[in-house]
Design a protein around this ligand. Structure first.
Ligand SMILES: [Zn+2]
Length: 187
């Protein structure tokens, strides 16, 4: 995913924009300390870390970008949209990426630093499959077996929230996702 402003991408740190918080309220409601979150944009090291860790795990190069979340600090190798993306805009994928990384900040706020070990472990053990939650059918089947959001690994949780946001923006059916979003509010 190549950001349109990469030529002018300079490292910077900020809080969540008010429009981002408005949009995220629908997912995290009062369950995330939004003010504690810091967004680092145009950080160079997450891509370098990804290249190194893929070599160590004998995985092919991704050819894409990598973000890293450490506690409340989200490090992106690109700049994120400064304003809400228009419907159908490719920038929606960047906001969905923010949702995935914020899931890790939410996990940190709930679990403390052990979340980081759990997230790294699942990436090492499952590699690219770490994120695969089975799509709409997987969500429905797991629900029928009594599973909640907590029964998915930390990367799957992030991608359930990311794809929820994407599908909502695309006007697709989100009923299989909605019950897992409700889980956030009842934990
Ligand atoms: Zn993740």
């Amino acid at each position: 995913m190549e950001p349109p402003t990469e030529g002018a991408c300079r490292p910077s740190t900020r809080r969540l924009y008010p429009w981002e918080i408005d949009l995220l309220q629908e997912i995290f409601a009062g369950c995330l300390d939004y003010q504690a979150v810091r967004i680092h944009e145009c950080a160079r090291w997450p891509d370098a870390l990804d290249r190194l860790s893929r070599r160590l795990r004998r995985m092919p190069a991704s050819g894409g970008h990598n973000a890293v979340t450490l506690g409340n600090h989200l490090f992106f190798p690109v700049s994120l949209p400064q304003r809400p993306p228009a419907p159908g805009s490719p920038e929606i994928a960047l906001v969905a990426w923010l949702v995935h990384e914020l899931a890790h900040a939410w996990q940190y706020q709930r679990l403390g630093w052990p979340y980081l070990w759990r997230a790294v472990r699942v990436q090492v053990q499952l590699k690219a499959r770490a994120y695969d939650f089975g799509g709409e059918q997987g969500l429905q089947e797991q629900r029928q077996h009594g599973c909640s959001l907590q029964d998915f690994n930390l990367e799957q949780q992030g991608d359930i929230l990311r794809t929820y946001y994407l599908r909502r923006c695309q006007g697709k059916d989100i009923s299989a996702w909605a019950q897992y979003i409700d889980d956030i509010h009842s934990m």
